[in-house]
Design a binder for this molecule. Sequence first.
Ligand SMILES: Nc1ncnc2c1ncn2[C@@H]1O[C@H](COP(=O)(O)OP(=O)(O)OP(=O)(O)O)[C@@H](O)[C@H]1O
Ligand SMILES: [Mg+2]
Length: 393
Amino acid sequence: MALADRLPYFPRPDLLAEVTALLVTGANVTLFAPRRQGKTWFVRYELLPALHEAGWFAARVDLWRNRDNPSLALVEGLEAIAYATPMSALRRPLTLRTVRGTFNVAGVEIVGNWEPAEAPPSAEVSLENRLAKALRIISGKGEHCVIALDEFQALAEKSAENFVAAFRTALQDLEGSLSIVFTGSSRDGLTRLFNRAKAPLFRSAHSVTLPALGDDFVESRANYLLDVAGLEVDHDALKKLFRTLCRVPLFLNEVVLWMLIKRNPSIEEAKDAWMQSKQSEEFGELFAQLSDLDIAIVMWLARSGEKSVYTEDARRIMGIMTDEVPLPAYKVQARIRRLTKHQILEPTGATGQYEIVDQGLQILLGERLDGFIKELEKGASSPAPPSVQLPDV
Ligand SMILES: Nc1ncnc2c1ncn2[C@@H]1O[C@H](COP(=O)(O)OP(=O)(O)OP(=O)(O)O)[C@@H](O)[C@H]1O
Ligand SMILES: [Mg+2]
């Protein structure tokens, strides 16, 4: 567990009410949000425990438990859940908190006290049959059962099409007794998957967007710093920083952790340290592999507030940055293809529009572009400063 994950969980009661109200009707739910916004934490620390408390059988499989083979990851994960047995009262951990059990299988969890058991030798050979069987067994584990499938977009590859169709059929047979919460960070992946599997069950899954955390989350972090370390931070400045950090909770937790470790309440210094660590530890290598035009494209998306990369304004600014004015669209197109292939950008679904996948990269490059624009504006000589209005983050 990363250190930032030791900070306390901040509850999302409205979201919990919204999702449980849907599940109670027997619906399936898709929970979408960009990376690191808190989908997994919400499901693990709030949704599944709440459903368990209400008497549901609640479990979760992370499809990235086997990145090379998400279909197998799903089947094996579901089998681990299907054949798990309730832990005998004598062997229960001596703790008052029984909600989080000791079930320990990588990328799989069941809320409550369960232990893994060997799957009986199966006559089923095909993955599809194993999948249907495991789902059937799980649906008998409680009056209401919910399975959260994390990183479900991992099945968006065309090669998994038949498997996804079989999954949909198996779920249809169990409608009413088993609900699924699909989560994913790739809007493109989930949309492709659900559109391709043109089936009522997928189409009827209710889509819930994870709302971004707000000022009360920031207050909770400031109070935590005061409570555990006596550090008094400027609440307004911390709120402003959270907006600069694209309201990504992980990033604020990282900043707060730095303050805690350094016993330093300076938000400016914490922010600089965060930027530097992202630059050197996460993105240094990536930057070295990007061409000037790649960087210009990503910078434009990071800071302009636009998602389109082919507009006149976009190409003018990118042209100034790369010293090629006018910048032809085909050159942009070639780089875009490469950037999406390497999952640095993702299409939004609208023609010619893209988003940066990693918001850490977005924040870092946004800051750099600010510096670049300031330089341009300072320089009296040509090139003329860009006239486009770049909004504040
Ligand atoms: N409600 C919350 N309270 C406190 N911290 C949170 C909360 N939600 C998320 N975080 C912080 O953000 C980090 C990322 O959360 P999480 O792993 O749930 O994101 P995710 O949306 O599932 O990301 P990914 O798409 O990369 O899987 C957590 O490790 C935690 O530090
Ligand atoms: Mg996650």
